[in-house]
Design a protein. Structure first.
Length: 137
């Protein structure tokens, strides 16, 4: 069953008129609060600590969510996840975002490493040049 089909099945069989009604419910507030109190409050992808949302990894467990069914994301990665999920499905989207973030971190480390090597070489060659400048002209 697709993620959206699972969500609508839950909505049809409940007293909620829509998914957003469910997200406003006392039940969801209790689930979300309990989940947040047991987690480090940061985005699972970028470690951002503000503008956070609790995301359902799967809609198949709506109404009876377990801790492993939820993940904390910043708003930017939550939006990116939903855009990506339309193309590749929710199961793959979170894994792809996490992989992309790791690749980005590695790329940035590589660039930083190259820059710091260049700086250290420049400092060394500058000291070397100054040492051999003529004293009298």
């Amino acid at each position: 069953m697709s993620e959206f089909a699972a969500m609508w099945k839950f909505i049809r069989n409940s007293d909620y008129k829509s998914y957003s009604d469910y997200l406003k419910s006392a039940h969801w507030l209790k689930v979300k609060t309990k989940f947040l109190s047991s987690q480090i409050k940061q985005c699972a992808i970028c470690k951002e600590k503000s503008r956070l949302v609790v995301h359902h990894k799967s809609y198949e467990t709506l109404g009876c969510e377990r801790e492993e069914d939820l993940v904390i994301l910043c708003r930017n990665h939550h939006e990116e996840l939903h855009k990506l999920a339309k193309k590749v499905g929710f199961d793959n989207a979170l894994a792809m975002l996490e992989f992309n973030r790791k690749q980005e971190i590695e790329h940035n480390r590589e660039i930083y490493s190259r820059k710091s090597k260049k700086k250290s070489r420049k400092k060394h060659t500058n000291r070397h040049k100054k040492k051999y400048e003529p004293l009298f002209t």
